[in-house]
Structures are given as structure tokens and as C-alpha cells.
Write a protein that binds this ligand. Structure first.
Ligand code: GSH
Length: 206
């Protein structure tokens, strides 16, 4: 049985849980990270020297970095609908998965300030800058979806949508002023309809 280490509040843990759900994989999840077992625990650091969640243990295979874990699971289980085998098609999926890091970086400060109410994220100028760049990137995504779609990297749902979709959900639910982005909203609703999204899409949002 797969072992997944990480609290469900983490967006990066939820990528892995959502991927397992899409593939139909059973797993045992353990709560590690903020509010749970500390990532400085030597048993955890032995698995991930960077002391971050998620970690996946699949027999003798131990992996960290959420996007890499999602790709591993899709490839191992032959889900080339989620991660194509063709090099160019696969790279298109990976491109959007990599780009999601930019979304994370852009929105992180605003998310911690306005959703998590973190006392360490109270600088109004930094909140405003984070909101501005988060909105700007989401507006760009809206433009891409309006011109193409219905999904990001292919005619069908792929890992690109799973990963970017979690950030789109974070953007939609974190309270700050947002432009109207109809193509993005239609895309988010498309993702929300997936049973796996209902289970893992927004829980905790951390
Ligand atoms: N690039 C890494 C980032 C991992 C990361 O930043 N994880 C956060 C949670 S989203 C974490 O470990 N936070 C510390 C904690 O929860 O205690 C990945 O995608 O797996």
C-alpha cells in the first residue's frame, strides 16, 4: 500500500491525493507538518532531507516534490491520459505544472495574510503586491483558456489541470478584490464537477 506523509491542508499534499483518486489508488496517509508531527523529526528527514511535505513511499521508492510524485504515479499506472507518453504532449503538461510554481510564488503572501491570517504576513505593501501579481497571472490564464480550452494542455483533463486547478481554487476562495475572469471561472467549475475535486480540491486550502 502507498504511504503518503503530509497533512491534507497542504496544497502540495492535495495534488498527490487528487492524483491517487483519479487513478483509483489506495493509500495510507499520515498527518505530518504544521499542527501535526514535526518535519524536523529524524524519521521524516531520513525520507526527505528538505523536511517538506508531501513524501510518498511506494515500497522501496521514496519520493518528495509533489509534481514529481504525481508524474510518477501517472506513469507507473499507465495513465497516459493524465501524463502523455509522446514527448511533446508530455512536455505541454509538464510546462503548465512547472508554471504553477509561479502562481504559488505570486499568491503565497496574500494567501497567508488573508486566508490563514498569519501574524507573519501583515505588511500591507506586500499583500497588495501579491494580490496584484496573483490577479495578473490568473488574468493571463483566463486569456489562454478563452482562446483555447477546455483544458490547459490537451483536449482532456491532465495533471496540468489538477495542479493549476488547485491554485485557481486558492485564488477564487482567498478574500481579495478580483477581476471578472469568465473563462477561468468556467474552467474552475469544470474541475469542481470531478468527484476527486470534491474530495481533495479545497480542503484546508493551506
Ligand atoms: N516544492 C515542494 C514544496 C513543498 C512545501 O512547501 N510543502 C509545505 C506545505 S504546502 C510544507 O512542507 N510546509 C511545512 C509544514 O507543513 O509544516 C513540493 O511541491 O512538494
Amino acid at each position: 500500500m502507498l504511504r503518503i506523509l503530509g497533512r491534507t491542508g497542504s496544497i502540495n499534499v492535495r495534488k498527490v491525493l487528487w492524483t491517487c483518486h483519479e487513478i483509483g489508488l489506495d493509500y495510507q496517509r499520515e498527518d505530518w507538518g504544521r499542527g501535526f508531527r514535526p518535519l524536523s523529526d529524524p524519521d521524516f528527514v531520513a525520507l526527505n532531507p528538505h523536511a517538506l511535505i508531501p513524501v510518498l513511499q511506494d515500497g522501496a521508492t521514496v519520493l518528495w516534490e509533489s509534481n514529481a510524485i504525481c508524474r510518477y504515479l501517472a506513469a507507473k499506472h499507465g495513465r497516459d491520459d493524465l501524463l502523455p507518453v509522446d514527448a511533446a504532449a508530455r512536455a505541454r503538461v509538464e510546462m503548465w505544472m512547472d508554471w504553477q510554481r509561479s502562481l504559488d510564488d505570486a499568491g503565497s503572501y496574500a494567501f497567508h495574510a488573508l486566508w490563514r491570517q498569519s501574524p507573519d504576513h501583515r505588511d500591507p505593501a506586500r499583500i497588495a503586491a501579491s494580490v496584484e501579481s496573483f490577479n495578473r497571472l490568473m488574468a493571463r490564464l483566463d486569456g489562454v483558456l478563452a482562446a483555447g480550452g477546455p483544458y490547459l494542455a490537451a483536449e482532456r483533463f491532465t495533471l496540468a489541470d489538477l495542479v493549476v486547478g488547485l491554485s485557481a481554487q486558492r485564488w477564487a476562495l482567498t478574500p481579495f478584490d478580483k477581476p471578472s475572469l469568465p473563462a477561468l471561472e468556467a474552467y474552475r467549475q469544470r474541475l469542481i464537477e470531478r468527484p476527486a475535486f470534491a474530495a481533495h480540491g479545497s480542503a484546508g486550502l493551506a
